[in-house]
Every structure is written in structure tokens, then in C-alpha cells.
Design a protein. Sequence first.
Length: 238
Amino acid sequence: MKFNLKKFETSPQFHARIAGILYLVIIIAGFFAETFVRNKLFVSGDANATANNIIHSEFLWKIGITADLIMQICDLPVMIILYYLLKPVSRKLALLNLSFNLIQTAVLVANKLNLLAALFFLGDAEYLKSFTPDQLHTLSYLSIKLHDFGFGVGLIFFGFVCLIEGYLIFKSGYFPKAIGVLMALAGICYLTNSFALILAPQFSSITLLLPCVIAELSLSLWLIFKGVNIPLWKQKFI
């Protein structure tokens, strides 16, 4: 995406709406991949049932991986636009936020290899015949579990993204303070859930991430339908 910085600074609405639309695509794609693919095919504690589900729904599994990658592709222009939108509040914090976001995206993209590995272990390649079916099912299951933890690691960095964005949005004046508070709360929830997953998995819960959905959906919809308060935005450049 090519930026005309001078035009962006004087009229950021177009880019704000692009960011909002792409952010909504990220939310929808992530919800689809997690809810209608992995939660449908993965059977907790049962490697054989999980393997059979994936074998019989191989294309659906691949669609889930594709949806995840679309998320990460969309994330790149979103994080760049948000950097420019939030830079007037604090250039250093906006740059730090961009850095955390880049690390998060890199971790999550690399983590997709675990989902591909889960599929490879269930193939019919000749070199796999040195393993028993039960062993291959277990290896596939472990790859999916490793993906879950890799996802949690990526969300640690995204938790800091939400905290910084929440602060910058709150201080901006050209975005609602309520969205800043919601984003900061989302950051706390992401960090709590991810560190719980590593330190005490029994306390990790999807319900901890519900405030995150509300916060990110609110931000995306605000960017689409309201964008930036232009008079207050322009004051930041005076």
C-alpha cells in the first residue's frame, strides 16, 4: 500500500476505513478458522478421533490454514495504518506498538507450519510407513497442541500491542476514550490468558478472550463508520 504522507495527515479518513475493513476481515477469518475448523475437527484428549476427522475433512483443514494466513496478510496494512494514525500522539510508542505487532505476526505465520505438519503426518507418503498409525496420529495431535501454544506465545506480543494502542487511543482525542479503555482491557486479557497457558494451563480459558473480541470489533467498526475526528486530528499537527 503506497502512502501519500501529506495527504494522509490532512485527511486520514480513507485509510482509517481501509484499516477498519481489513480489521473486520481479520476478526471474521480468525473466528471462522477457530470455530468452524479447528474446534469442529479437534477432539481434546483423543488423537485417533482428531486424526480421523482431519483425514475425512482435509480440504476444510486447509481452508482453516488459509483463513489464518489471510488474517496475517491483512494485519500488515492494518498495523502500518494504525502506526500513522497513532503517531501524532507519540511517535516512539507508535513505533514500539508496530514492532510488537510485527513480532506477533511473524510468530503466528511461522506457527501455521504446525498445522501443516499435523496434516503431513496423516498422509500416505512412503517414508511415513516406518511409523504405526497410532504413532502418526499422536504426532499429528502433538503438532496441533504445539500450534495452540505457539498461538498463545504470539498473543503475548499482541497483548502489548493492545495495551499500547489502548493508551494511544485514549490519549489521542480524535478516537473515543472508551475504545482505548476496551483495547487496554483486551491487552490484559490476552496477556493473562497466554501466560496462564504457559504457567498453569488449567486456568487458561476462552472466556478470558471475550473482552478482546468486543474491543477489537468496536475498534474496527468505529474505523469503518466514524473514522477520525478530523478537527481534533489536525490540532495534533499545529
